[in-house]
Write a protein that binds this ligand. Structure first.
Ligand code: FMN
Length: 309
């Protein structure tokens, strides 16, 4: 399908994207995934309210250096806050604003954010229309099959199209399913048949064949989540290109970049330990090494382990 979009992004080319993942897709990991071939990267979800309130932690998350299409994912439903944040230059380093309507975490849902946005379509229509109106860049929306086991993803997708959203991403599980079981494959086809904006597939893309299937049914792209964790090489495999650097080099670069982000060694060590455990997951003795990593308290311990990788 040829889409006529007011944006520099060419949807006539299939797009392989890094999915937004809270606690995973930090600026350094996004940059690495772009190096390995991701066409687009999406930030961790960032609270619109926190940005409005000048939260230092949230503002820090706006750092973006990836050499590909850069998307910032926002959540929150307060229209005044949306207007304030989008009228500022806070999102200037990004090409796309993505809106989270899929997060199932209780602390998010109880504030009527994330997947709770799928409960009341009249309200979400107003909120998303505000995002589109005040954003000076394309707005995309990521959502699930539905919430309260009510699968309203087709109405939701149509509403997004009606208010001017540039593309939508479906993670074909309900909020109640969380991340369990497998995605409902036929839902992607159903959605594509009912809207005239590009549809991205998110969920269970674990092989090149999975990606080819998404492409064959007319998806504009795929978002890669868990399969990329500790494994940015997956983008090179999907693209059919050589990986630009080794796992050891990846871990080293990731850590070096994060050193410029975290001022405290303690915070950096505690954050990077989980990435390091993911980076070693496919090595021999992974269980033993992971147990060692859990005990690490200093950068020196982390660096000497990376040197031995
Ligand atoms: C650790 C983790 C954090 C996530 N955080 C977000 C998020 O911040 N925003 C979002 O829209 N989806 C989030 N997701 C959902 C993913 O973007 C994706 O839709 C889901 O994991 C299914 O894709 P996968 O099977 O490729 O992982 C998260 C998933 C995981 C595993």
């Amino acid at each position: 399908m040829n889409y006529n979009l007011p944006m520099k992004i060419n949807f006539n080319k299939f797009i392989i994207a890094l999915a937004p993942m809270a606690g995973v897709t930090d600026f350094a990991f996004r940059k690495i995934c772009a190096d390995f071939g991701a066409d687009m990267v999406v930030s961790e979800m960032i609270s619109i309210k926190a940005l409005e309130n000048n939260s230092k932690l949230s503002k820090k998350m706006l750092r973006e250096e990836s050499k590909c299409i850069r998307s910032i994912q926002l959540f929150g439903h307060d229209k005044d806050s949306i207007i304030k944040v989008l009228s500022s230059d806070l999102t200037k380093d990004f090409d796309i604003v993505d809106f989270n309507c899929g997060c199932p975490a209780p602390k998010i849902v109880k504030n009527n954010d994330g997947s709770a946005m799928m409960r009341d379509l009249n309200n979400s229509r107003e909120v998303i229309a505000t995002l589109v109106k005040y954003s000076n860049k394309p707005v995309s929306v990521k959502f699930r099959l539905g919430i309260d086991n009510n699968e309203n993803y087709i109405e939701f997708g149509k509403m997004c199209e009606e208010v001017g959203v540039s593309f939508i991403t479906l993670h074909a599980r309900t909020k109640e399913q969380g991340y369990s079981g497998t995605v409902k494959k036929e839902a992607y086809k159903n959605l594509i048949q009912n809207v005239n904006i590009p549809v991205f597939w998110s969920g269970d893309i674990n092989t090149k064949e999975d990606m080819e299937y998404a492409k064959s049914i007319g998806c504009a792209g795929v978002m890669i989540g868990r399969a990329s964790i500790g494994n940015p090489e997956f983008f090179s495999i999907l693209k059919g290109i050589d990986a630009p650097y080794s796992k050891k080099e990846t871990a080293k670069r990731h850590l070096e970049m994060l050193k410029t982000y975290y001022k405290s060694e303690r915070t950096l060590v505690s954050y990077f330990k989980k990435h390091l455990m993911w980076y070693v997951k496919s090595t021999n003795n992974a269980t033993l090494i992971k147990q060692q990593i859990l005990q690490f308290t200093t950068l020196q311990e982390i660096e000497s382990l990376i040197d031995k990788m």
